[in-house]
Design a protein around this ligand. Structure first.
Ligand code: NAD
Ligand code: TDX
Length: 329
């Protein structure tokens, strides 16, 4: 696969994916299609030799031309933040559902391989005090407009595989962290609050659990699936490292030399999913994938990245906090 089209390649995971792809496979010709919403920035691709196309995955004629000229599409583009989806679901329906439909029609027409990036949130949530996990067979039960729109897009991919023989795979990853993540998300929001002398903000009691996966581990799994995954299959991705939000905030404060109790409780997210946990046996045994990052070391490196890249995150910080202020969080 010499030519690759990466949608959403100017966002957090997509830009890390482009960096990793060109580091590992320098001969691949990468084209990025990205709308540069509030979450995307071309600066995330500074110095990286890609063809950048500023446009919308819902633009059928643009997508058709780009898909016709590629060997594989890796589809990251999405509206990705649960709190935003609760506030205004409409861009989530448009980008996540109509955008994925538009890509599917193009890959169907041009018989191009597609890998669709999705999330563990499509399965709903798990009880806090259990060892239950999601598997590839878990029934979909999304809670938020975001997760419902991602679940819809996964269902479209499955239907296009079965009915039209589209050559597609799907992955559902747990929460990611690492460099270039927008400051609206839990970990960068708290790191940048602490760097600015503000307190971290914990939703509700903070008992909700997430499985934290370094973005580079997510992307190494995506590379394995593109090269060795079975068409029509779904793969769960995750590190196995589960922590409560309260533990994360305490750990960040400690790593940054602050009082570990110096955070604010803010009102909870409506419909807040309790716990996510992915069983990744299929990916590990069938495709030989293993995550490389130790969480504490990955978190420390992420703190260092935000410390050293204030010029990257400062322009998005005040507008993000203004949005949270309106939500009371
Ligand atoms: P992000 O919000 O950081 O980036 C999304 C990118 O998509 C941005 O560059 C944005 O400009 C672009 N985009 C949005 N609408 C578009 C449109 N209509 N046309 C073209 N480009 C558009 O998101 P992220 O955190 O990097 O997530 C990437 C993918 O991974 C998403 O599909 C998300 O559902 C999935 N995912 C994210 C996580 C996580 O923890 N962040 C975990 C599992 C899965
Ligand atoms: O300030 C905060 N305080 C807080 O307690 C923020 C921003 C979040 N939280 C909580 C809510 C969640 O339980 O932290 C947890 C993580 O929140 P987010 O970073 O918003 O992530 P989440 O809602 O779990 O979704 C993320 O993982 C799955 C991504 O945003 C999705 O795109 C991905 O699909």
């Amino acid at each position: 696969m010499r030519r690759m089209l990466v949608t959403g390649g100017a966002g957090f995971i997509g830009s890390n994916f482009v960096h990793d792809t060109l580091r590992r496979f320098p001969d691949v010709e990468v084209t990025v299609l990205d709308l540069l919403t509030y979450a995307g920035s071309q600066r995330n691709l500074d110095g990286v030799p890609v063809t950048f196309v500023h446009g919308d995955i819902c633009d059928a004629s643009l997508v058709d031309g780009l898909v016709a000229a590629t060997d594989v599409v890796v589809h990251f583009a999405a509206e990705s933040h649960v709190d935003n989806s609760l506030n205004d679901p409409s861009p989530f329906i448009q980008t996540n559902i109509v955008g994925t439909f538009t890509l599917l029609e193009a890959v169907r027409k041009h018989e191009v391989r597609l890998h669709h990036i999705s999330t563990d949130e499509v399965f709903g949530d798990l009880p806090l005090d259990s060892l239950e996990q999601f598997t590839e067979q878990t029934a979909y039960d999304p809670s938020s407009p975001y997760s419902a729109s991602k679940a819809s897009s996964d269902m479209l991919v499955r239907a296009w595989v079965r009915s039209y023989g589209v050559q597609a795979t799907i992955s559902n990853c747990a929460n990611n962290y690492g460099s270039y993540q927008h400051v609206e998300k839990l970990i960068p929001r708290q790191i940048t609050n602490i760097l600015l002398g503000d307190k971290p903000k914990l939703y509700g009691a903070g008992a909700n659990v997430r499985e934290w996966t370094h973005v580079t581990d997510h992307n190494s799994a995506v590379h394995r699936i593109i090269t060795a995954g079975q068409i029509g299959e779904t793969y769960l991705i995750g590190s196995g490292d589960e922590r409560s939000n309260q533990q994360i905030i305490t750990q960040l404060l400690t790593l940054m030399g602050q009082d570990p109790t110096a955070y604010d409780h803010v009102p909870d997210r409506p419909g807040h999913d309790l716990r996510y946990s992915n069983n990744t046996t299929k990916l590990r045994t069938e495709l030989g994938w293993t995550p490389r990052y130790d969480f504490e070391a990955g978190l420390a490196a992420t703190i260092t990245w935000y410390r050293e890249n204030a010029a990257w995150w400062k322009p998005q910080k005040s507008s993000t906090e203004a949005k949270y202020k309106l939500l009371g969080r």
